[in-house]
Ligand binder design. Structure first.
Ligand code: NDP
Ligand code: 8X3
Length: 251
């Protein structure tokens, strides 16, 4: 039987590409996010295009009760989640740490760290019970380096790095694979969100070079799940070829 996959933050960017990739391969997908119209359009398209089943769960991952109710609402046969992809996340603002907005910090920590924990805490017991599962956390190159004005975003991705190691350790007895994928620059709505809808600033982030496409990251996520059961890709850094790390770019 084909895998059943839950992707958080599937309304845009990397999450949308990952959901699409797994559906294309015949997997059943559960897509989540706050923008309901996008989720509904996506599930309809996926069902039609790939002839696979798809379910939309519409919630704000920062709201613990909403997360728990959404997972509880899944029909029993949809609870056998084989692959959880913790992708929902954002950067808010790019200001020096002493001038940054506290609300931006709260949004990033609540989404990138607490949200990831809320949904994982609901789904991990479903996996340990079956002694089966694969968790893919979308970290960032910012999870190993701290670039100017990146402070809390980088800290939140350092937390994802640490939580990936923690999951790998504690879930080891259950045979659950934990993969962290840490992309560099990917052209998505990420910069539009970071600059709060300022399209000019956002488009500059991807000017004059070839950034990664969301599909490039989706390919890697899918590949990680195709390996034999005894093989785990633990930590994968993927950047555009013009980028060596957060600081060194040939742009
Ligand atoms: P996008 O802005 O294109 O997509 C972000 C997704 O996260 C959307 O589907 C959004 O859905 C969802 N999301 C954000 N906040 C919430 C929330 N409170 N509740 C539920 N869902 C939420 O960005 P990317 O695709 O680029 O980002 C995806 C992940 O990849 C993030 O974790 C990001 O940190 C990481 N990443 C991105 C890189 C890049 O260069 N783009 C590089 C490295 C890592 P909705 O708004 O509908 O809720
Ligand atoms: C998003 C990529 O380098 O702008 O994680 O932080 S970066």
């Amino acid at each position: 039987m084909k895998k059943q996959v839950l992707v958080t933050g599937a309304t845009a960017g990397i999450g949308a590409a990952i959901a699409d990739r797994f559906a294309k391969e015949g997997c059943r997908v559960i897509v989540t996010g706050r923008r309901k119209e996008r989720l509904d359009a996506m599930t309809e398209r996926i069902k039609h295009e790939y002839q696979v089943e798809a379910i939309a769960l519409n919630f704000d991952i920062r709201e613990r009760q909403e997360v728990e109710d959404a997972i509880d609402s899944l029909p029993q046969e949809w609870k056998n989640i084989d692959v959880l992809i913790n992708n929902a996340g954002l950067a808010a603002g790019l200001d020096p740490i002493h001038e940054a907005k506290i609300e931006d910090w709260e949004q990033m920590i609540d989404t990138n760290v607490k949200g990831l924990l809320y949904i994982s805490r609901k789904i991990m017991p479903l996996m340990t019970g079956r002694k089966k599962g694969h968790i893919i956390n979308i970290g960032s190159i910012a999870g190993k380096q701290t670039y100017p004005k990146g402070h809390v975003y980088c800290a939140s991705k350092h937390a994802v790095d640490s939580l990936s190691k923690a999951m790998r350790t504690d879930l080891l007895p259950y045979g659950i694979r934990v993969t962290q994928i840490r992309p560099g620059l990917v052209e998505t709505e990420f910069s539009l969100v970071r600059f709060k809808g300022d399209e000019e600033k956002a488009s500059k982030a991807y000017e004059g070079y070839q950034p990664l496409k969301p599909e490039d990251v989706a390919d890697v996520a899918y590949y990680a799940t195709t390996l034999p059961d005894h093989v785990t890709l633990n930590d994968i850094e993927i950047t555009p070829t013009v980028q060596a790390n957060s600081f060194i770019k040939n742009i």
